[in-house]
Design a binder for this molecule. Structure first.
Ligand SMILES: NC(=O)c1ccc[n+]([C@@H]2O[C@H](COP(=O)([O-])OP(=O)(O)OC[C@H]3O[C@@H](n4cnc5c(N)ncnc54)[C@H](OP(=O)(O)O)[C@@H]3O)[C@@H](O)[C@H]2O)c1
Length: 246
């Protein structure tokens, strides 16, 4: 009997490290057919090797999610290679924490381009496919910072994660009759994300992440959303370290 994950084709962006890589390994163990994308192809190839060595199926695709043409081309390539697409996990993201008064518009641009536009480009590429097949599942990575503003320092990051949560719920209202939409909202999870902060807030971020829980906690949350029967749409999952207040 199907476990709700077996044989599903799952495409994950930002899977060269952290939550994306761990989710790829976890879903592959549960029988999903995995397509992973990011800019660092060597890291993706390592993940593919780990999955195939464990008996799973995976392929890697070089991708910068800020380029909508590339995102569409890669999603098309995944469908060519695997024959279908069942789930897209829009996970690529970055979190340069810095007080607003230190004005760094390059970091603001990067967060908007990757955390918001990257998610929209993923949706743009997958949605026509899901509409045509009358099924599919969009899973977006928001954050607890998408529920409560994380300030000072995380104001723009929170803005992007509020946007991801809003876009997820709006998409669900628009296409929810056949297509499932899930927003995952984690607290501090161990990954490379903490290193995307440089400058004055770097030490505080590393300190905050001392209580981080493993990436496998998010991988299991993603699996939970996917494995539900088709008529059950898990819309939001919030998880954080037991010890985390924010
Ligand atoms: N860790 C946490 O505490 C936490 C909490 C809440 C939400 N999240 C969210 O979870 C998601 C994954 O983060 P993580 O914690 O796993 O961090 P991570 O280890 O730093 O992973 C981020 C991933 O995003 C990819 N990426 C960044 N820019 C990209 C671009 N332009 N094009 C394609 N891929 C890009 C990176 O790959 P390349 O550098 O190889 O491109 C990497 O694979 C993010 O959206 C983050 O905001 C994380």
């Amino acid at each position: 009997m199907s476990n709700g994950i077996q044989d599903k084709v799952v495409f994950i962006t930002g899977a060269s490290s952290g939550l994306g890589a761990e989710t790829a390994r976890h879903l592959a163990e549960r029988g999903a057919r995995i397509a992973i994308a990011a800019r660092r192809k060597d890291k993706l190839d390592d993940v593919v090797r780990q999955i195939t060595a464990a008996g799973g199926e995976a392929r890697a695709y070089s991708l910068d999610v800020t380029d909508k043409v590339q995102v569409k081309d890669v999603v098309d390539a995944v469908i060519d290679d695997f024959g279908r697409l069942d789930v897209i996990v829009n996970n690529a993201g970055l979190m340069p924490i810095r007080p607003m008064v230190e004005v760094n518009t390059d970091e603001w641009d990067a967060m908007i381009d990757v955390n918001i536009k990257g998610v929209l480009y993923g949706i743009a590429a997958a949605l026509p496919v899901f509409v045509a097949q009358q099924s599919g599942h969009v899973i977006n990575l928001s954050s607890v910072a998408g529920i409560k503003v994380f300030a000072p320092g995380g104001t723009v990051y929170s803005g992007t994660k509020f946007a991801v949560r809003a876009i997820s719920d709006g998409l669900r209202q628009e296409v929810g009759a056949h297509i499932r939409v899930t927003s995952i909202q984690p607290g501090a999870v161990d990954s490379e994300l903490k290193f995307s902060t440089s400058g004055t807030a770097a030490d505080n971020v590393l300190d905050f992440y001392k209580i981080a829980i493993p990436a496998s906690s998010v991988a299991r949350a993603v699996a939970f959303a996917i494995e539900q029967p088709a008529e059950v749409d898990v819309n939001e999952i919030v998880l954080r370290p037991t010890a985390q207040e924010f």
